[in-house]
Design a protein around this ligand. Structure first.
Ligand code: C5P
Length: 233
């Protein structure tokens, strides 16, 4: 499994997205399209970014009854994205249905990963509001194991959790980790963070980096620094 840096294209229009991507004249970074951009522009933004030769992680975090998720995944699969995701909280049944929907007639499909607990959820809120009587780490491990049981490829988690997920689910179970910051950079609203270099050490397969690249004065240089620190090229 190749390690890679995924840029979170958190823009609210196609125009801003292309103004950003046009800066990359030599490389074609793997990009993440999230809810903001997808809801603003619809499937056409996915098709256009794909046409330009980028790999795409479509981050729409599906969570509904199994039949609805299955049918929605079948539609997303036709967009020919490389990776997409859902909430593990939807249960093993929902995740199995998602995989079925995602698998094309020729047997190919995008990678499918699960969100365990959002990094914005604290243990206290999980216990008091969601009435989950376990530690947040046990919940993350259990959700990751459920995702593996359902046949998914991996999970989205904090870089600090990647090691324990690998320990529980095996080294081949993918970890995709946001919350990455340069040692000398702005932290913003992220809490459980670490640097690209440290993330590499812990064992993440992909890092998702947004503002440290998109808000940088020189995004191409920031992207190259991430690749150098994380992939080591
Ligand atoms: O700008 P920044 O590097 O913080 O962007 C991180 C990206 O990863 C954002 O698109 C954010 O929505 C996403 N993400 C996250 N934490 C999660 C899941 C997704 O930061 N648990």
């Amino acid at each position: 499994m190749g390690k890679d840096v995924i840029i979170a294209c958190d823009f609210d229009s196609a125009q801003k997205t292309f103004a950003f991507l046009d800066k990359f004249t030599e490389e074609k970074p793997f990009v993440k399209i999230g809810m903001e951009l997808y809801y603003a522009e619809g499937p056409s933004i996915v098709k256009e970014i794909k046409r330009r030769g980028h790999k795409i992680f479509l981050d729409l975090k599906l969570h509904d009854i199994p039949n609805t998720v299955k049918k929605s995944m079948a539609v997303l699969s036709r967009l020919d994205v490389d990776m997409t995701n859902l909430h593990a909280a939807g249960t093993v049944d929902m995740m199995r249905a998602a995989l079925e929907g995602l698998t094309r007639e020729d047997g190919t499909r995008p990678l499918l990963i699960a969100v365990t607990q959002l990094t914005s959820t604290s243990e206290e809120r999980m216990q008091n509001e969601l009435l989950i009587n376990a530690s947040i780490n046990d919940t993350i491990i259990k959700y990751a194991e459920n995702a593996k049981t359902a046949g998914l490829d991996g999970v989205v988690c904090s870089p600090l959790e990647a090691g324990m997920v690998k320990e529980a689910c095996g080294v081949d179970f993918m970890t995709v980790t946001p919350g990455v910051r340069f040692a000398d950079g702005e932290v913003g609203d992220q809490i459980r963070i670490t640097t690209p270099e440290k993330t590499k050490e812990i064992g993440s397969d992909y890092i998702v980096v947004g503002r440290p690249i998109t808000q940088s004065e020189n995004p191409v240089e920031a992207f190259r620094r991430c690749v150098k620190e994380f992939v080591g090229e």
